[in-house]
Design a protein around this ligand. Sequence first.
Ligand SMILES: [Zn+2]
Length: 149
Amino acid sequence: MGTVTALRVAGDMIQLWDETYWTVDEWVDGLPAWEWGHAPRGLATRSQLRDLPQPKSIGPQDPYGLLVFRHRKAARRREIAQLYRIDLARDRRAVTPAVLASVEKAMLARRTCRRCGQVQPRCVSTLTRTCWPCMEITGDFGQREQHAA
Ligand SMILES: [Zn+2]
């Protein structure tokens, strides 16, 4: 886990990872914070990373800084999002149709009663793998087997 901390040069000035200098709007919990439009290029929030043409996830990095949103509505005056370095972000693994199909198949299996074969709207019992009507018919509710004396 590489903790990347902004290098504080003086007061509100930091030196970025590319050795350029940048002014910080404020410090929040030891992290440089900027208002919308003030943050240095190369930083993005989690959702911005996800929305890139080549979607990325944050990867093994700690937030580099914070983005401060100010709302007009009093109830949500101030919202803070964590900013991450795009150059350290990782490519998101694309969800291939094959992966999707296997997930759907697994979900379907968990909803299918092994006795009557009907697909139920919810997952069937993990103990019996049967639906409720079948459990009532068989009397098997997943209780421990009674050993005959
Ligand atoms: Zn059934």
